[in-house]
Design a protein around this ligand. Structure first.
Ligand code: NI
Length: 172
């Protein structure tokens, strides 16, 4: 089931999310719903606070649809274990901040540890777009958005435009 996406600014997007200690049926359903919501958007990553749940859960799939079969990943309690000194800059966007994009520089490679949908511990080194995406989504769990990497002026400009967009949407 698709879930509505929370738009910036919203206190749920500024919250440090709580770790998962028990993989309930509800949490697995939430993860499946998040993947459905992400693919439908369409997007390449989604964090639980973006559907209003302040729990440490992210989903992602950075495979380009025409290039390879999809690779949906569900990560509970994802953690950055190691990060490369080498950096990479990508133009980032966010489903909670639609139609705004900006360059963000992050480590080019990261090793991530997480708990998968079946409760098994996993770890993997990600590079390229996967590395950027997984760091962007983990940031969400700490109440951090990609616009927090921009200058205060740019951030305020985007936030004001988003406030206006939200007012327009609630009026409809
Ligand atoms: Ni985002």
């Amino acid at each position: 089931m698709k879930r509505p996406i929370v738009l910036h600014p919203d206190p749920r997007l500024k919250t440090r999310c709580a770790p998962v200690d028990d993989l309930s049926v509800d949490l697995r359903r939430l993860a499946d719903d998040m993947l459905e919501t992400m693919y439908d958007a369409p997007g390449i990553g989604l964090a639980a606070p973006q559907v209003g749940v302040t729990t440490r859960l992210i989903v992602l799939d950075c495979v380009k649809p025409d290039e390879a079969p999809p690779r949906p990943l569900i990560m509970f309690n994802p953690q950055i274990v190691a990060a490369s000194d080498e950096k990479n800059t990508y133009e980032e966007g966010c489903l909670s901040i639609p139609e705004h994009f900006a360059d963000v520089t992050r480590p080019a490679e990261v090793e991530i540890a997480w708990i998968d949908r079946d409760g098994n511990p996993k770890s993997e080194v990600f590079g390229g777009l996967w590395a950027t995406c997984v760091q962007h989504e983990i940031d969400h769990l700490d109440g951090k958005l990609f616009i927090d990497y921009l200058t205060p002026l740019k951030r305020q400009l985007i936030t004001r435009k988003m406030q206006k967009l939200k007012r327009e949407r609630t009026r409809v």
